[in-house]
Design a protein around this ligand. Sequence first.
Ligand code: ATP
Ligand code: MG
Length: 319
Amino acid sequence: MTTGEHIWNRELILVTGKGGVGKTTVAAALARAAQAEGRQVLLAEVTTEVAKTSPLLGLFGQPRPEGEAPVRLDSGLYGLRITPSSGHKLFLKDALHSGILANAAMRSSALNRFLLAAPAFPEIGTLYSLVSLLRQRRYDHIILDLPATGHALGLVSLPRTVLKVLPSSGLIGTAIQEGMDALTSKERTGAVLVTLPEAMPVQESIELEQGLNKLDVPVSAMVLNRMPKHAFSEAERIALDNHMRGRATEPLLGTREFRRLERALDARTRFRAQVPAGINRVEVPLWDTTSNVMEIMEHVGLVLGQANLQDHGAIEVAP
Ligand SMILES: Nc1ncnc2c1ncn2[C@@H]1O[C@H](COP(=O)(O)OP(=O)(O)OP(=O)(O)O)[C@@H](O)[C@H]1O
Ligand SMILES: [Mg+2]
């Protein structure tokens, strides 16, 4: 059984993992849980310019937030989209001491193309937004819904590389250093890695944990999301397995589903064995997929809340 630090001790919570694993659901559920405890929460979706709507903020009825300021989603709960260019704009505003000039500069498509194409500049834009939010000290928690696995690593590694060639005293250098200090602070930050009960995703989440560890980003929890319920006992599973193997050539109804469940169990065994000690391990069952997203979110929040209320970090669902 793994034991980890309480995630609610962290100011910055980074939710990451592969595409489609449930990052947005987990980020939203964590935000709801923190809000219910009376905390001031900012829920931010880190995204590209191309995305016109926000699935995360859509869960709270605001799929198209206007402008760069956080929007109020509920009492004590604010939402925001962070794009690279919103960070660049903030930076220009700080550098030029003028929002009007910054807006004018950002309207230049040549400048925009340059900022988005130059290596590390998009990450620096995102980081600059994050640093500005942290500086405000308005929120007890800033929960980031990060796009894809590589992004979490890029957010820390690319700006760090830039810092090597940049004076750390300038406006950008200071901000990058501040962002790095926050992202790597054991007291302030915790990453939540979400994965699915399948061989490759589990393996990738273990590798992601190692990657973040190398970059000194503290990982608080690993979530195995959408764990299906196995309808059979251990003895029944073995009997069924033998029966199916003995009739490999005869099609048997349910074989495919049975194999899928078996693979999920294998993946879960690996997950349990490989999540390093000191990291909260949480297993969230697959919820009825005909339910609406709000219901799924609440359900996920319940499991996460349970994991947070208990002293030990591991919540396991019986097969
Ligand atoms: N435990 C669960 N049980 C059932 N459905 C779930 C569960 N968790 C998430 N889902 C559903 O799975 C789908 C994908 O979830 P979500 O959008 O949170 O993933 P994501 O990792 O944010 O995806 P993307 O990489 O596209 O941003 C959604 O329809 C969500 O409602
Ligand atoms: Mg998402």
